[in-house]
Design a protein around this ligand. Structure first.
Ligand code: ATP
Ligand code: MG
Length: 431
């Protein structure tokens, strides 16, 4: 900001960075707004910046691992030659440069349109944002219905940010959100997935999830899960709450989080039910789970995309559940070495918190991990588990071997057996 200012340009911090700082929260990222063109910004940071984006042309300026987004003031999409609005009022392109005031009015919510001016250390407020901050009110700028229609994702942003900030949503904004929410069905799955990540990886996943449910928006992101939760599924809600809370705790502790763990929980209710039904038809646990994920994942992908690097591990976590519940002999040891062991084990532990029949099994896995590696084989050899959900298939060694042999047809290797070796082949196959 200082460099822009020294070069004679307007230089403001804007958006969530100002909002969060004023509220005493630590901002997640910083956005800078300026009257310098993207090319002028780039020339001020020749080594550490690049121009990106087509719909919004901005400059990313890198400082070590930090990235600051620098955007030139933009005007309303309808007021100049660079903008384009599709049928239904949606913005397709808005690259019209404008004044700082224009820039404020095309932002989504009042509290997101505050500017901090480095030139005189002042806050600039065109939209009554300071009053809203004080009243903890979340309000769309302009005519709410029109602003939601321009970009239905704003409906989700309102839910997420009002949850994060613990703000009330202004009544007219709320009405518009309800009216426009069904249009989320026509938002591209990839954009919705980006929002899913922001909802659940920002450190306030549980609050976001609850706000989505209060506003009846979960159905636009996870329709099957939403239907289950509306349909009783008390237990599933508890597990989901715990998984969301876990994610928040990990983020608060500065630990890494991966979306596939939470997403695996999000769809587990359906996966489990379908797999159990397939088992009743005589299929093996892994066949049942493959079948379930072949049904559940594609329907979910029509709503939010899930990149294969996440859907693959999700499937692996699911497939490992019956394997972990059947811990005998060498089989158990090889599971410990599986690259998805840790996630699948965490998954099992969380399930066990709400299903006392799984507790013994989860404890066993905890114990074996604490052993000296050389003591592990003995510990495993003498153990016989009884699994609750996946039948007793595989416990009898002879029978297990026979089954594996019969299924060794080339096409089906990935479904073969319950052994950990099959896990490596499932990698990135999901979705
Ligand atoms: P956080 O970073 O805490 O999730 P944020 O408000 O900073 O919240 P960003 O996605 O980082 O959200 O966006 C930065 C700013 O860009 C917003 O504060 C807002 O002014 C503007 N903005 C983002 N998305 C939209 C949108 N869909 N419509 C209008 N303005 C938007
Ligand atoms: Mg931000």
């Amino acid at each position: 900001m200082q460099r822009l200012h020294d070069a004679g340009f307007a230089s403001y911090l804007v958006g969530g960075g100002v909002r969060d700082a004023l509220l005493g929260l630590s901002p997640k990222d910083f956005d800078v707004a300026t009257n310098a063109s993207p090319e002028e910004v780039k020339s001020l940071f020749p080594r550490n910046s690049r121009i990106i984006g087509r719909r919004f042309r901005l400059v990313h300026v890198l400082f070590g691992r930090e990235m600051i987004e620098v955007a030139t003031f933009r005007a309303d999409h309808a007021s100049g030659a660079g903008g384009e609005v599709a049928d239904g009022g949606r913005i397709v392109r808005d690259n019209v440069f404008g004044s700082i005031e224009d820039d404020a009015f095309r932002r989504d919510f009042t509290v997101n349109a505050l500017y901090y001016n480095i030139a005189d250390d002042s806050i600039v407020d065109f939209v009554g944002a300071m009053a809203d901050l004080e009243q903890r009110l979340f309000r769309l700028i302009g005519e709410p219905r029109q602003r939601c229609e321009e970009d239905p994702v704003r409906v989700l942003r309102a839910a997420r940010l009002s949850a994060k900030l613990d703000f009330f949503i202004d009544e007219p904004t709320l009405d518009a959100m309800h009216e426009v929410a069904p249009e989320l069905r026509s938002v591209p799955p990839a954009r919705l997935f980006e929002e899913v990540l922001k909802l659940f990886q920002g450190g306030y996943a549980l609050k976001s999830f609850e706000r989505l449910r209060e506003l009846d928006l979960l159905c636009y992101l996870f329709p099957a899960t939403d239907a289950r939760l509306k349909n009783q599924a008390e237990n599933e809600l508890e597990i989901l709450h715990a998984a969301l809370h876990n994610t928040d705790v990990r983020i608060a502790e500065g630990k890494p989080v991966t979306p596939y763990y939470l997403l695996a929980f999000m769809l587990w209710g359906d996966i489990f039910e379908i797999a159990q039904a397939a088992m009743k038809q005589g299929q093996s646990p892994s066949e049942s789970l493959w079948q379930a994920s072949d049904r559940v994942l594609p329907s979910q992908l029509r709503v939010t995309s899930i990149p294969k690097r996440f859907s693959g591990p999700m499937r692996e976590i699911w497939l490992m559940q019956p394997q972990l519940e059947l811990y005998v002999g060498k089989r158990a040891l090889s599971l410990l070495e599986s690259r998805r062991f840790r996630a699948a084990y965490d998954f099992l532990c969380l399930r066990a918190r709400f299903d006392s029949d799984l507790q013994e099994c989860a404890d066993w896995w905890t114990e074996v991990q604490e052993l000296d590696p050389e003591d592990q084989p003995d510990f495993c050899e003498n153990k016989q588990s009884v699994r609750k959900y996946w039948g007793t298939e595989g416990r009898n060694k002879t029978k297990g071997r026979k089954r594996r042999k019969r299924r060794r047809s080339p096409k089906k290797t990935k479904t073969a057996g319950d052994g950990a070796s099959s896990m490596t082949k499932t990698g990135d196959n999901g979705g």
